[in-house]
Write a protein of this length. Structure first.
Length: 321
């Protein structure tokens, strides 16, 4: 049976964000061992693997089976050894030996392919039931989550994951809507969420799509445990990198970027003693990462004009010491 998923179309393609900058940040060498922790449509993986020759190896991670299937076809025939890992990238350190990788890439956030496949329920365009899971084999989707979460916890998620204003008012109405649709024995649809957003922000009708995107982002990040996944994976990445290996991370909004900075900051410190100690007792030799670029790298104006997804991107590069 022919799939309607964009992943099923081998010609389907989105330009990877800041591709040249990512490859430069990884400091690629042809016989190196690298990991792309966010395979998606395989754009970054294709570019990395194209520059590798045996025994060069690329480990590609994605918890979305559609992504694995699509990218395995797209990368077929390249001379590099490619190993696909159908697991969340938080499992990196369980899949890869310590001190074995020359570089690790993260292109965080949602894949363009997942948004474009309306059957996945990732987008408020159209009116398919909400799901928002990156791996449909596991956990509960947005429907079940919204029907089980309290207004307080939903408000916290809206603030934490999307910096939403009027979070409690919005969450209370969304919890009521979720209960009502449950009583009516029907799915929660994007139009239900849009109606709530418009009622809470009647003064911001021009910003409705932007507000909806942030609400969907907050729910999606909670359903998939994205901040926890990022934190666990980055901690594992430090273990997996060889000395001199590079860690390259592209984030797309302030919540992701903050999580990256705060997680990595613990590995940039020489001293790990409690702050209340008057003198260092740990030896002061615990630093594992240093910044390659003092400030994040931003996309060029030309790239933003050609690829709107790059608009909010920030690229951070670190090196294992």
């Amino acid at each position: 049976m022919k799939s309607d998923s964009p992943f099923a179309q081998t010609e389907f393609y989105h330009n990877p964000v800041m591709l040249g900058e990512c490859l430069e940040g990884l400091n690629l060498k042809a016989d190196g061992i690298f990991a792309d922790c966010t395979l998606g449509g395989g754009g970054h993986s294709f570019a990395i693997a194209s520059k590798l020759i045996e025994p060069g190896t690329l480990h590609a991670f994605d918890r979305d089976q559609d992504a694995i299937d699509f990218a395995s076809r797209r990368l077929a025939g390249l001379s590099a050894k490619i190993v696909f890992h159908h697991v969340p990238f938080s499992e990196l350190a369980n899949e890869i030996p310590e001190n074995s990788l020359d570089g690790i890439l993260y292109d965080l956030g949602i894949s363009s392919h997942q948004v474009d496949d309306s059957t996945r329920g990732f987008t408020f365009v159209g009116n398919n039931p909400l799901d928002l899971r990156m791996d449909r084999r596991e956990g509960i989707g947005a429907q079940e989550w919204l029907r089980s979460v309290s207004a307080d916890d939903l408000a916290m998620a809206l603030r934490k994951n999307a910096d939403m204003d009027r979070a409690y008012k919005l969450s209370a109405r969304m919890v009521e809507m979720a209960a009502k649709t449950g009583e009516e024995n029907r799915d929660i649809l994007p139009s239900d969420v849009k109606e709530i957003v418009e009622s809470v922000f009647p003064d911001k009708k021009r910003d409705t799509n932007s507000l909806l995107a942030r609400v969907f982002q907050a729910i999606r990040m909670e359903v998939n445990g994205e901040l926890r996944q990022i934190e666990e994976s980055l901690q594992g990445a430090v273990k997996c990198l060889k000395k001199g290996g590079r860690l390259v991370v592209v984030s797309y909004h302030s919540v992701e970027d903050r999580c990256v900075k705060e997680t990595v900051a613990a590995f940039e410190k020489d001293c790990i003693c409690p702050e209340n100690l008057p003198v260092c007792m740990c030896g002061g030799n615990h630093r594992k990462l240093v910044k390659v670029n003092r400030k994040p790298i931003l996309p060029s104006a030309d790239e933003v004009n050609k690829n709107s997804r790059a608009r909010s991107a920030k690229l951070r590069v670190y090196q294992r010491v």
